[in-house]
Design a protein. Structure first.
Length: 277
C-alpha cells in the first residue's frame, strides 16, 4: 500500500529537478501523475512507466494552459486529488541592474502560473491537497528581488487559499525546499553551499508526498521549510511585541521608538543570508 494509492495528482515543472523528484516519488507511492513542464516531461513519464507507475505528460506553459492541464487530469484519471505548483524560475541581479522584462517573467511564472493552476483546480476539487512551492528567499534574498517577492506572494497566497478552500475540504500548504538543482547552478553564491549534491532533490520528495496524502488531512495553511537535515514550520508575518500606545504620535516620538540604542522598537537590520535559515 502506498501513501497515494488511487490519487490523481498534477505536478508542474516536473521535467527535471525538484518537480521530477516529486513526480517520481508520488508515482512510486501509488499516484497517477500528470507531469507538466516545457521540456523533459515525456522523459520523466517514460521512466515512471518503466518502473510500473502511471503517468502522462503535459507540455504547456502554466501561465497559459492551466485549465487545459487540470482538464487533462480529470479526463485521463477521473479526478484531481492533488496539485503541486512547482513550476518556477529565478533571476539574480542587483536592484539597479534588474531588467523589467525578466522581472515580469519571474512574477508571471512563479505567481500567476501558481494562481492560474490553483484557480483551475479549485473549481473541480472536493477534498484533496494543493502544495505550493515557496522558498526561504521569501524572507528577503539580497540581489534576488523578483524571486523573493514572488515567493513571498506564494506564501501569502497559500494562507489565503487555505482559508478560502476549507469549506470544500481542500488543504493548502507550501514547502520551502533546499536542493541542488539546475536553478541553484545559476545562483552566483552557489560556491558557498558546499559541493553539489544531486541526491538532495530526491530527499525533498517525501514531504510533498506526505502533504498530498490523506495522512496529512489535519495540516493546512502551513509554510514548511525542508533542508536535507532540517524540518521546521515558518510563521506567517505577525505583530511583534511590544505594541506601543500613545494618544498621538509626532515625529520625535516615532524617532525615539526606533532609536538604535534605546528605542523599544529597535531591531537588527536583515542579514544578506538570513533566507537560508
Amino acid at each position: 500500500m502506498g501513501f497515494l494509492d488511487g490519487k490523481a495528482v498534477v505536478i508542474t515543472g516536473a521535467g527535471s529537478g525538484l518537480g521530477e523528484a516529486y513526480a517520481r516519488h508520488a508515482a512510486r507511492e501509488g499516484a497517477s501523475v500528470v507531469v507538466n513542464d516545457l521540456a523533459g516531461a515525456e522523459r520523466v513519464v517514460a521512466d515512471i512507466r518503466a518502473e510500473g507507475g502511471t503517468a502522462i505528460a503535459h507540455t504547456g506553459d502554466v501561465t497559459k494552459t492551466a485549465d487545459e492541464l487540470i482538464t487533462l487530469c480529470r479526463t485521463e484519471f477521473g479526478a484531481v486529488d492533488g496539485l503541486v505548483n512547482n513550476a518556477g524560475t529565478t533571476h539574480f541581479a542587483a536592484p539597479w541592474d534588474d531588467d523589467p522584462e525578466t522581472v515580469r517573467r519571474v512574477v508571471e511564472v512563479n505567481v500567476l502560473g501558481t494562481m492560474f493552476c490553483g484557480i483551475a483546480a479549485a473549481k473541480v476539487m472536493r477534498g484533496g491537497s494543493i502544495v505550493n512551492v515557496a522558498s526561504g528567499a521569501m524572507l528577503g534574498r539580497a540581489d534576488a528581488a523578483a524571486y523573493s517577492a514572488s515567493k513571498g506572494a506564494v506564501a501569502a497566497l497559500t494562507a489565503s487559499w487555505a482559508g478560502g478552500m476549507a469549506e470544500r475540504g481542500v488543504r493548502v500548504n507550501a514547502v520551502c525546499p533546499l536542493a541542488w538543482t539546475g536553478m541553484m547552478e545559476r545562483d552566483p553564491r552557489r560556491n558557498t553551499f558546499g559541493s553539489p549534491d544531486t541526491t538532495t532533490a530526491a530527499r525533498m520528495a517525501p514531504l510533498v508526498t506526505y502533504l498530498l496524502a490523506d495522512a496529512s488531512q489535519h495540516i493546512t495553511g502551513q509554510l514548511i521549510r525542508f533542508l536535507p537535515d532540517k524540518l521546521h514550520v515558518i510563521a506567517q508575518y505577525a505583530v511583534k511585541q511590544p505594541v506601543l500606545v500613545r494618544d498621538t504620535w509626532d515625529t520625535d516620538a516615532i524617532a525615539a521608538a526606533f532609536h538604535p540604542d534605546t528605542g523599544d522598537l529597535r531591531s537588527e537590520p536583515p542579514g544578506r543570508d538570513r533566507w537560508r535559515v
